[in-house]
Design a protein around this ligand. Structure first.
Ligand code: PSU
Ligand code: MN
Length: 307
C-alpha cells in the first residue's frame, strides 16, 4: 500500500494501481457494495477475484474501491478483498456518507455513486458494475430514487452496467436519466437490458457497438465541455440470462416480501437481491456474476481505447 494521497484525504492506492498511474496505464474502477451487500460469501469473493482477473487479461488494471478503517482504498490487495468479502457490518456508502466513514474511521463498501466520486478523485474514468440503482417501483409513494442517478449526472465517469436492475421501475429510471442529461448507450443491442434479462421491453436511445466508438463519444463530450458521467448498458450474455417473464414472477414475490417486512431506505436493494437469490435457488447469483464479468471485460476495452 502506498502512502496516503494527501495529508488531509486518507486515500491509498494498491501497489498495482499506483504503478499503473505512474505509467499512465488504463485502470477500471470496481465497486464494493456488490461484494458486501449484493452477494453472499463465498460467491462474492469468487466474483471479485474473477472480475479483477478479466480486467488484467484485457490489458487494464482493476481498482476495487472500499473504505477500510477510515482509509479510502483505490485498489485492494488480495488479503483486503478476502477480509471485506466476509465483513458482516460494513456500511453501505453513497454520496451522503462516504466522507462520514472517512472522518469516523469506519469500514464501508462503496455503491455506484460513492465509487464514481472516489474514481473521479483518483483520476479513473471507467467503472464496471452489475446494475445501477434507480427509481424504485411505487417511487411516487416511497420517494425511493437511488443517489446513483444524480451522481451519473454530475461526475465524469463512464459506468458500464447491465442496464438497470429489473426490481426497479425501468421506464422512470430512464426518464430521470434523460432529464438529468445522462447519455444512456446500449452496447451492441437495440433494446435496453434489464440486468438478469437482455430485454427490458424498452428501446434504447443511443447505441454503439465498439469500445473505440464509446471512447470517441466520450472524447467529443470532453471537447464540448459537457461534464457528468455516462451509462453504458451491456446486455448479459444470452447463455446466462433469465428471461424477463420468468424474472417478473420472482420480482413480484420479492417486492411482496419487502412490503410485508416493511423494508425501507438503504436496506431495500440488498433485501430484494437476497430475496431473489433464494427464490431462484441461486440461479440469479450465477447470472449476476456472469453479467458483472461481461461488464468488466467491456469496461477494460473502453479504458484501453481511451488511452
Ligand atoms: N448491483 C448489484 N448488486 C448490488 C448493487 C448493484 O448487482 O448490490 C448495489 C450498487 O452498489 C448500487 C446500489 O449502487 O446497489 C444501489 O443501492 P440504492 O438503491 O440503495 O441506491
Ligand atoms: Mn434507495
Amino acid at each position: 500500500m502506498t502512502k496516503p494521497f494527501s495529508p488531509l484525504l486518507p486515500m491509498a492506492y494498491s501497489d498495482e494501481v499506483a504503478a499503473a498511474k505512474a505509467r499512465n496505464a488504463p485502470i477500471v474502477a470496481l465497486e464494493s457494495t456488490i461484494i458486501t451487500h449484493g452477494m453472499p460469501f463465498p460467491g462474492n469473493l469468487d466474483m471479485a477475484r474473477s472480475v479483477e482477473a478479466i480486467i488484467r487479461e484485457e490489458g487494464a488494471v482493476p481498482a476495487t474501491i472500499a473504505v477500510i478503517d477510515g482509509v479510502l482504498h483505490i485498489g485492494l490487495e488480495d488479503a483486503e478483498l478476502v477480509a471485506l468479502a466476509q465483513t458482516q457490518d460494513a456500511m453501505k456508502l453513497s454520496r451522503a456518507d462516504l466522507a462520514f466513514a472517512l472522518a469516523e474511521r469506519r469500514t464501508g463498501a462503496t455503491t455506484v455513486a460513492a465509487t464514481m466520486i472516489a474514481a473521479a478523485r483518483a483520476g479513473i474514468r471507467v467503472f464496471a458494475t452489475g446494475g445501477i440503482g434507480g427509481v424504485h417501483r411505487k417511487a411516487e409513494e416511497s420517494f425511493d430514487i437511488s443517489a446513483d442517478l444524480d451522481e451519473l449526472a454530475r461526475t465524469g465517469v463512464i459506468v458500464v452496467s447491465a442496464g438497470a436492475k429489473a426490481i426497479l421501475d425501468i421506464p422512470k429510471t430512464l426518464e430521470v436519466l434523460e432529464t438529468r442529461g445522462v447519455p444512456v448507450v446500449t452496447y451492441d443491442s437495440e433494446v435496453f437490458p434489464a440486468f438478469w434479462s437482455r430485454d427490458s421491453g424498452l428501446k434504447s436511445a443511443l447505441m454503439l457497438n465498439s469500445p473505440a466508438a464509446i471512447a470517441n463519444f466520450q472524447r467529443m463530450r470532453d471537447q464540448l465541455g459537457v461534464d457528468g458521467g455516462m451509462l453504458i448498458a451491456n446486455p448479459v450474455p444470452e447463455e446466462n440470462e433469465i428471461p424477463r417473464d420468468e424474472m417478473e414472477i420472482y420480482i413480484a414475490r420479492a417486492l411482496d416480501n419487502a412490503a410485508r417486512d416493511e423494508i425501507s431506505g438503504k436496506a431495500v436493494t440488498p433485501y430484494l437481491l437476497d430475496s431473489i437469490f433464494r427464490l431462484t435457488d441461486g440461479r440469479s447469483l450465477a447470472t449476476n456474476i456472469a453479467l458483472v464479468e461481461n461488464n468488466a471485460r467491456l469496461a477494460a476495452e473502453i479504458a484501453v481505447a481511451l488511452i
